[in-house]
Design a binder for this molecule. Sequence first.
Ligand code: ADE
Length: 262
Amino acid sequence: MKFQILTLFPEFFSSFIQTGLISKAIQKSIIDIELIDVKIFSDKGRADDYPIGGGESMIISYTPLKKALQSLKKLGHVVCLSPQGEIWNFKKAKGFSTQYKTVTLICGRYGGIDLRLIQDFVHEEISIGDYVLNGGETASLVLIESCSRFLENFMKNRKSHQKDSFENSLLKSPQWTKPNSIEGHTIPKILLSGHHKKIKEFRYYSSLWLTYLKKPYLLEKKSLFLKDLFKAKNYLKQFSPLELKALGLKKEKADLVLIKKK
Ligand code: ADE
């Protein structure tokens, strides 16, 4: 999968492309990242200008961005990162990684981009959340990394992404590592049993119940899970108060609820 990034700050990406799985994926040609410095395409040495009608923040001009796009051998699916875009999520990331071989990312800065450029070239505007960042660069990292996790051979373990949170609409079940006991905490004993079928059952029910409590909207319209919710609650109720505490849960009358943080 190829990502072409149009930015005023190409240096922003240097540690990202040199680190961890992303750098390995570049070396193995699983992904390709091409950085295009938009400043180079402006005659005045600046790619931004004052907003028409007044205002404080500078706006990225039409022409340098157009020239930068036209300098590319082949345009991909053109995305503008902006707080006005559709909210990015797991499903969009999976869709992009299967649908598009090349994604062209336009990173806005300052007060935004001249709307005419968006109207003429952009297929889709994407936001990573309802807040304002200094620019689209941070958002483009999020997009690239979340798409890459779906690509074959990106992760050592081919099935890792299938265990990620949100796959199958469920949050990942809680995880612990050695030591088994620390600072008065214990972990659910079943995980030490070596009984794979029972551990799988525990992971499924705990992830289902925790999803229901923490992100119920992920389960909406999933009748498959709704059927199992009642079973999940009854299953988890068998656990000791300490084991439930390890999961961040406690019994309250007939219910099994999240322990609130102080
Ligand atoms: N640029 C500024 N804020 C942004 C956001 N929330 N998402 C994507 N791009 C942005």
